[in-house]
Design a protein around this ligand. Structure first.
Ligand code: ZN
Length: 175
C-alpha cells in the first residue's frame, strides 16, 4: 500500500505513514483530527509569533517587563534599583534623585512604592485595631508575606529582571 498523502511505500496493514505520520485505514475521526492538529501546530505558532504574541510559549509571563528595558540601562542601574526595596522610602528617594532618567529604576521605584504603601497601611490598621488582637496578628502575618515577596523581587533585580511582584501587581495604583 502507499500513503495517500505523501505516496510513501508502506507495509500492508500499516496504521500510519512512517514518512509523514498520516493516520491510515480504520483511523477514528478523533485520531485523524489529532494528526491534523499536530500538522497545523507549527503554522499556528509561526502565525502567532508574527503577530507579536507568545501564544503557546510556556514561559511567557505577561507581568515580566524585562524586555521593555534597555540592557545597558539594567546593567548600569541594577544596584540603584535595589535600594528602594532595601531602604524603603529613603531608598526610593535616593533612586529617584540618583537615576531619574532610568526607566528600569523607575519601574522598581513604582513596585517599591506599592510595598511601602502596604507596609504603612498594615502598620496603621494594626495599631488602630490593636485591641482586637486578631487584626494586628493578621497584619503582622501579611507583613511577613510581603517581606518574602520583596526578597523575591530583590533576587530578580540581581538577575536584571523587571517583573511585577505577585499580589502587588493586582493593586490598582502606581501602574
Ligand atoms: Zn505519508
Amino acid at each position: 500500500m502507499t500513503c495517500p498523502k505523501c505516496g510513501n511505500q508502506l507495509a500492508d496493514g500499516s496504521t500510519f505513514c512512517t514518512n509523514c505520520g498520516t493516520q491510515l485505514g480504520a483511523a477514528s475521526p478523533f485520531a485523524q483530527q489529532q494528526v491534523n492538529q499536530q500538522a497545523n501546530a507549527p503554522y499556528q505558532n509561526q502565525y502567532q509569533n508574527q503577530n507579536g504574541y507568545a501564544g503557546y510559549a510556556p514561559a511567557y509571563d505577561p507581568y515580566d517587563h524585562t524586555a521593555d528595558y534597555d540592557v545597558k540601562d539594567i546593567s548600569e542601574n541594577k544596584v540603584i534599583a535595589m535600594l528602594p526595596y532595601l531602604l524603603g522610602i529613603v531608598g526610593i528617594i535616593i533612586a529617584m534623585l540618583g537615576a531619574n532618567e532610568s526607566p528600569y529604576v523607575k519601574f522598581h521605584v513604582r513596585q517599591a512604592l506599592k510595598f511601602t504603601v502596604i507596609d504603612a497601611l498594615l502598620t496603621i490598621v494594626g495599631i488602630v485595631l490593636i485591641w482586637t488582637i486578631i487584626v494586628p496578628i493578621a497584619c503582622a502575618v501579611m507583613s511577613i508575606v510581603f517581606l518574602v515577596i520583596k526578597i523575591i523581587c530583590f533576587v530578580q533585580i540581581c538577575g536584571g529582571k523587571a517583573k511585577e511582584p505577585v499580589i502587588i501587581r493586582s493593586l490598582p495604583f502606581f501602574k
